[in-house]
Write a protein that binds this ligand. Structure first.
Ligand SMILES: [Zn+2]
Length: 279
């Protein structure tokens, strides 16, 4: 069995057939999904969904939702984490992080606001001793800097740097700091040379798998701009793609599927330990 360590199952893309997606997920051998939150407005939705589907969830404010967030949301997050800490399905603070790719988020004021929200949420994760699920986009070094600062005094971080696409050195720093790196559809593209070489060279103990559904479709679901212009719809990514993504990873590493499956299962439970009681 597999775990999808990052699936936005609350997304509107699943409104019409969420139950069917769940059936296909389990039929494909994906026993569990972690559902991250993105903003205060969907905390209750991801919590209810994780319970309804026997999955797990995180609570947090995603960097793409920082522009409309305010300090009261951080206080609300502290309260929500305290309220649900005993909930076996609340397994992380997330999705949080920094996005220095989206132009609107890169103005000096917005970079500062992102770092303020990221830092405050790291402090809440440490306070409540929860793992963190990180959004890393052109931001690995800044993410690491705040992790070091908030972790001072020997705090042992846990969690996942999701959809990781940094350098070998940045990868090594996250791993040293206690993180697993999440890989998904992006590595199925042959042109993703750096990502593929990273997945080949990392210690097996550093790797977890994810789809980031409904985003980042693997190449077999991806429609090019030209295909879309001809009326083909962009393929929707779903958690049942994990085993096929895993086949690509196994092939890249020259490994059989079963030892990979067993390792990423253990790695996911190491990153998000509360899931162990749920699967
Ligand atoms: Zn995400």
């Amino acid at each position: 069995m597999w775990i999808d360590s990052h699936a936005h199952l609350d997304a509107p893309e699943f409104a019409a057939d969420r139950a069917q997606v769940q059936v296909q997920t389990r039929a494909a051998g994906v026993a569990h999904c972690f559902i991250p939150a993105v903003e205060r407005a969907n905390w209750e939705t991801v919590r209810a969904l994780a319970h309804a589907q026997h999955d797990s969830y995180g609570l947090g404010i995603h960097p793409l939702y920082v522009p409309q967030a305010d300090v009261a949301d951080l206080q609300a997050l502290d309260v929500a984490l305290a309220t649900h800490l005993a909930d076996p399905r609340l397994v992380a603070v997330g999705e949080i992080g920094l996005d220095f790719f989206v132009p609107d988020l890169c103005t000096p004021a917005m970079r500062e606001k992102q770092e303020f929200f990221y830092r405050a949420q790291l402090e809440l994760a440490r306070k409540h001793e929860l793992p963190v699920v990180l959004h890393v986009r052109r931001s690995a070094d800044r993410l690491l800097k705040h992790l070091r600062a908030v972790g001072q005094g020997g705090y042992r971080w846990r969690g996942i740097a999701h959809a990781f696409n940094g350098s070998d050195a940045q990868a090594a720093h996250f791993v040293e700091m206690g993180f697993k790196l999440g890989f998904g559809g992006a590595l199925t593209f042959e042109r993703a040379l750096q990502l593929r070489s990273l997945v080949q060279s990392l210690p097996l103990s550093a790797i977890v798998l994810e789809t980031d559904a409904p985003d980042i479709p693997p190449h077999w679901l991806y429609r090019t701009a030209a295909e879309r212009a001809e009326g083909l719809k962009q393929g929707r990514n779903t958690p049942d793609q994990v085993p096929r993504i895993a086949q690509v990873v196994a092939q890249l590493r020259g490994l059989a599927l079963e030892p990979l499956r067993s390792a990423v299962w253990d790695n996911t439970l190491d990153a998000l330990p509360k899931i162990a009681a749920l699967v």
